[in-house]
Design a protein around this ligand. Sequence first.
Ligand code: FAD
Length: 549
Amino acid sequence: VDENPPYTMLLEAAKTFMVKPGKGDCVVYWMRMGDLRVSDNRALSLASDQAQTNGVPLVVLFTISPQDYQAHDRAARRIDFVLRNLKCIQSKLDELNIPLHVETIDVRRQMPQRVMTFLADVNSKHLFANYEYEVDELRRDIILYALAKEANVRFELHHNRCIVEPGVIFTAQGKSPAVFSPYFKKWAPLVNHDSSYVEDAPAPKPNEQDVREKEPLAAMFKEMVPDFVDGFKLEADDKKKMEECWPAGEDAALEVLARFLKTKSRSTQRGDVNPLEEGAQESAKDSRVKQYHQERDHVDADTTSRLSPYLSAGVLSIRECVRAGRKMSKTADNVDTSRDSGVGRWNQELAWRDFYTNILVAFPRVSMGRPYLEKYSDVVWEDAVDADGNDTEAVKAWKEGRTGYPIVDAGMRTLNEMGWMHNRLRMTTAMFLTKHLMIDWRVGEKYFQERLIDGDLASNNGGWQWSASTGVDPCPYFRIFNPYSQSEKADPSGDYIRQMVPELKSLKGKQIHHPSVDSADALGYARPIVEHTSARNRALRRFKDVGEV
Ligand code: FAD
């Protein structure tokens, strides 16, 4: 089954269509929506070198593509985060005398041609960008290579999203590993023995020429990054909330990282806490990263880094995360990969991100609505929409956090409020939808993508297929999370539920995890929409029918 076609074709195109052009009047770096930083950005850094070599200025292009956002179910929150970060980038580039040109392209198919028109307008013969590994984006870049050759333009792509880029790690049989542990066994020594995987890319140099005076570049300094994209405008309250929860900019991202490395976790965090809020206690010994291997599954405290919005938008370099962890570990030159240390365990999670990106590239069908394990394509799912095309009551209850299972409802309300959820809750809510409600994982994947500020095709798809037992290295279908015991483990005090599901705040002890029907009725809380044991048995039957035990 598909090992890589679009990616392989792109690598081929890069070889076939590479040209050696003249200098042109400038070098262009095309910043994409997962690249939103100036520091430690490989394509930007190399574009700057090329501009210096050619003695011409560097120009940054950013394209807004509403049809792409629609096609990929992008959350308005994510688009708003992109624009907020782009404004920070614009001021950083301004200081370097580098113009930023932002162009909205309404018809997505025209993207390659429009980029070529821009290059012709500024008379550039050099285009740099970082790889985007999603199928549509790979196909777009294949077309762009051919157009670039026709116009005698050199187009260069660089790897910037992962620590180890896709297509490097293989099994002994030359296949892409579809299980995490053998992948990680190869990942760890690679990262340890080849420092280029985590090296910092040098910052771009300022443009020396006075491009502010020279058309057409001068005009770009007057361009403003738009406040919103049509069709993706946030309601004012939601926008305010997102700005509070997820401050934009590379400096904010570095500060969130620094706090993870040096402050203790704070208990009973409401899901919507600003990661930069004052008050966290500093402690080198018991910092969140140092305790990560022990505390990471607790949802009643800010035990994890909350860096995913910054990593998925590329505001923070994943290499910077590894370098920062390395400085803290005892084995100074080594990347700690042990399960028994906080930094080591955190590095493993960073490697999961690489792993799922590798899967997306090797098996692109997973992102095109196919299960990785084809035998589960015939699982019988319950209807997700009614005869009028509206969500069924069960789907509505799940989305709105009214299932009658407190931990599931707390998780879904956190997602709706702040555009983020703890990993344990993502697994619990995803498994609840796919196993307890027997709703197709694609319904949940889409909803997450529409609500998450950190929505990332590879990780979201990987997480959903893991939970639905259809993916690579999945949770076996017969290991169905019990939401009540998950709740006791993840939120032992129950305080997280009390905060996110205020109807239940008067409940004491274990009742908070599993309220009786009488207390639910008295408190105006939903009764469970399905009964745990019978729902579990139904899921086991449905999976067993199409797979094997
Ligand atoms: P930390 O625990 O501090 O981890 C650090 C970083 O490692 C994360 O920011 C993330 O980049 C990476 N990471 C951690 N766990 C995973 C994982 N299991 N898979 C891939 N990368 C990981 N992550 C996303 O970034 N975007 C998504 O759209 C997304 N959707 C998910 C959907 C489901 C159903 C599941 C089960 C998981 C999903 N994840 C997704 C993975 C994970 O839940 C989040 O990355 C994590 O909760 C983010 O919180 P953090 O930054 O505090 O993580």
